[in-house]
Design a binder for this molecule. Structure first.
Ligand SMILES: [Cu+2]
Length: 222
């Protein structure tokens, strides 16, 4: 056995490394502290390796590379992953540091880092103007930066009045670049959730709460 291991080690040392394949899952977990995340959100691979981004459930996610090594001359971006199992595969050849996020969940902190070979040093990466590109692809107007409150509509999925949380399948929210998503929101203490139930059509206001979060500051039935 020892001899076999040694032989294998020698083979690895003398033959070029085979390209490896990795998977990063796009996860929505309403019980997690951060509801939308990449798993893993940090990964180191070698040049020539392939990464598949795969949706773990039927919630929409979309991978966009926002910062890449200067030698990369194309936009690395997946189509919208609407369904469980939707995936996007890319082979990384240029060494350095790559940062990516999920476009719909950008403002909710769904992001990750990929190192190919060795990390980039300061000044060796460039930002990708993905918002301009997304605008082109969607053929619409760029959404205004969401500095303040945002009006939204949707349908109630379920309510936990005691915890002050409500799960809503919201309509597209242009101001945040959000497609239809089912999301768990916390309501401010002044919002009484006890009168809402599954299936209610609602209008509500989202208020920025910290870097990656929004709370419901007002709500009414339609
Ligand atoms: Cu996402």
């Amino acid at each position: 056995m020892k001899k076999l291991l040694l032989t294998t080690a020698l083979m690895l040392a003398t033959t070029p490394a085979l390209a490896a394949e990795f998977t990063i899952k796009e996860v929505t977990d309403y019980d997690a502290k951060k509801q939308n995340f990449f798993s893993p959100d940090k990964l180191t691979i070698q040049p020539g390796d392939t990464v598949t981004f795969e949706n773990a459930q039927d919630e929409p996610h979309e991978v966009m590379f926002i910062s890449v090594p200067k030698g990369v001359d194309e936009m690395i971006m997946s189509p919208m992953h609407e369904k469980k199992g939707d995936k996007f595969t890319y082979t990384f050849t240029v060494p350095g540091t790559y940062k990516f996020h999920c476009h719909p969940h950008e403002k909710l902190g769904m992001e990750g880092t990929l190192i190919v070979g060795t990390p980039s040093k300061a000044g060796e990466t460039k930002m990708m103007d993905h918002h301009k590109l997304a605008k082109k692809l969607e053929g619409g107007e760029a959404a205004p930066a969401a500095g303040g409150n945002v009006a939204a509509t949707g349908k109630v999925v379920n309510v936990d009045a005691e915890k002050h949380t409500i799960k809503i399948k919201h309509d597209p929210i242009k101001a945040l670049n959000w497609p239809v998503m089912t999301m768990l929101f916390t309501a401010e203490s002044g919002v009484d959730l006890s009168s809402y139930k599954e299936g209610d059509a609602v209008s509500f206001t989202l208020k920025p709460a910290g870097k990656d979060d929004y709370t419901i500051s007002s709500m009414k039935k339609n």
